[in-house]
Design a binder for this molecule. Structure first.
Ligand SMILES: [Zn+2]
Length: 281
């Protein structure tokens, strides 16, 4: 039986809180303005979304008046159904996630009915200003990276950015079929570019980070892409790739990433060319 436990709301900056929602230790954000609050991400089920809303309003002392979803993975999206009466912000590709096979698989595993899930009703392609009860926050999309629907949420007056799963401090960044490994470093360039030394970056999973840690993840993701490109150029087959060089991530991450990268290079006609042995007569 899946446990949907919820941690306490912990203050991070003036009127900015986070809590951690199980089963996947996703960090949920809350930005509190004078007359309302905006929640960032919604937990792994409609019931957990409802619980987040109740506990958030208790700590905020004002109603939750809008919600932002950083991307379509279940631990960020499934709770959105508890906010059907409110403005719900997300990237314009987010709605498509409701009908994807991975969403159905996650819903079944969590005992959630896909028919109960809902999408954002206020979508953005690039950027949008959101009113957090009289306090201005900004949602931004830097292109496909962890998924095709990633957005980050910036709180200018607190210098806090909620980065979704663009970065993680609990482990390696989560690389999966919806990831764009060529675009990901570019998206992190956007995140780094909007940050200062003091900016607090809240990852989707794990403790807060600073921009140096974001830069470090950007370097490893970029190295991953170019090392695969180099290995393919050297004629290294997928089966031999892991053992062929030192990779920037551990074995589990590489086991997911290497087939995806080989597939994406193959789709653009780039495959390992075996050098035929020279036969002497
Ligand atoms: Zn994710």
């Amino acid at each position: 039986m899946t446990q949907f436990n919820l941690g306490p709301w912990v203050p991070l900056a003036d009127g900015v809180y986070t809590t951690v929602a199980e089963p996947d230790a996703v960090t949920i954000g809350l930005v509190v303005g004078p007359t309302g609050a905006v929640m960032i991400d919604t937990g792994s089920s409609p019931a957990q979304g409802a619980q987040l809303r109740t506990t958030a309003e208790a700590v905020a002392g004002v109603p939750v008046t809008a919600v932002v979803v950083t991307h379509g993975h279940y631990d960020h999206l499934f709770g959105l159904a508890a906010f059907a009466d409110l403005p719900r912000y997300g990237h314009e590709n987010l709605a498509d996630w409701l009908t994807r096979p991975e969403t159905a698989t996650a819903a079944e595993r969590l005992g959630v009915d896909v028919a109960d899930l809902i999408a954002a009703d206020r979508t953005l392609a690039l950027a949008k200003v959101i009113d957090a009860g009289g306090r201005r926050i900004e949602a931004l999309h830097f292109g496909g990276a962890h998924t095709d629907a990633d957005i980050v949420v910036y709180v200018p007056d607190a210098d806090v950015v909620f980065a979704g799963d663009l970065v993680e401090s609990a482990g390696d960044p989560s690389i999966e079929p919806a990831s764009d490994l060529r675009g990901w470093p570019l998206a992190l360039d956007g995140l780094i570019g909007m940050s200062r030394a003091e900016t607090v970056v809240v990852p989707g999973h794990g403790p807060v980070m600073d921009r140096i840690q974001v830069l470090e993840q950007r370097s490893r993701l970029s190295a991953l892409y170019s090392q695969v490109e180099f290995a393919i150029g050297q004629g290294v087959a997928l089966a031999d790739a892991y053992a062929s060089v030192e990779w920037p991530f551990g074995e589990e991450t590489m086991a997911a990433a290497l087939p995806l990268l080989y597939d994406s290079f193959a789709a653009s006609g780039i495959t390992p060319k075996r050098q035929l042995p020279i036969v002497s007569s």
